[in-house]
Write a protein that binds this ligand. Structure first.
Ligand code: CA
Length: 162
């Protein structure tokens, strides 16, 4: 099943937005993976540092500096997992063009998906199952004069189909 940018899962996520929770299973097909660390190319200020994208608080967010230069948000799962989806809750300062990249060592990166029509809100993106410890959201082009800003992000691996 192809569920790239799936409306069904996105609706599930939006529905639970106000209660700070995510739909952690999608008919048993997806299981979220804990993200234990983060880094970013830049932060707008201390209030908007990278950890704000993984703190389970939908009101806090990471925001890059306001520049045309590409910016990235790096996520560390602590060990290798085989993952195949990411859910991103974008702030209005969204990336129109961005890449989902994975890495086993944090140095060598592989593009697993590219979005060319990114928009405000929650984006759910699936890609071929890939073994990785690190995931990077590599932002190439902005939709606003501001930088790039993400409220929350989740990574998923395949679960058991019931
Ligand atoms: Ca947050």
């Amino acid at each position: 099943m192809n569920f790239n940018k799936s409306p069904l899962l996105a609706i599930c996520l939006v529905f639970t937005f106000s209660s700070f929770s995510w739909c952690e299973a999608f008919n048993g097909r997806l299981v979220s993976v804990e993200i234990v660390g983060s880094e970013s190319s830049s932060n707008e200020s201390e209030e908007f540092r990278s950890e704000k994208a993984i703190d389970n608080d939908f009101y806090s967010r990471w925001s890059s500096e306001h520049t045309e230069e590409p910016q990235w948000l790096l996520l560390d799962m602590g060990r290798d997992y085989t993952i195949n989806a990411v859910a991103i809750a974008w702030e209005a300062a969204t990336a129109r063009i961005y890449k989902i990249q994975t890495s086993l060592d944090g140095s060598n990166w592989k593009d697993v998906y590219q979005v060319n029509d990114g928009d405000f809100g929650i984006e759910v993106i699936s890609f071929p199952a890939t073994k990785a410890r690190y995931v990077r959201i590599y932002c190439v082009e902005r939709t606003t004069e501001y930088g790039y800003s993400i409220h929350e992000i989740r990574l998923y691996k395949k679960g058991k189909v019931i």
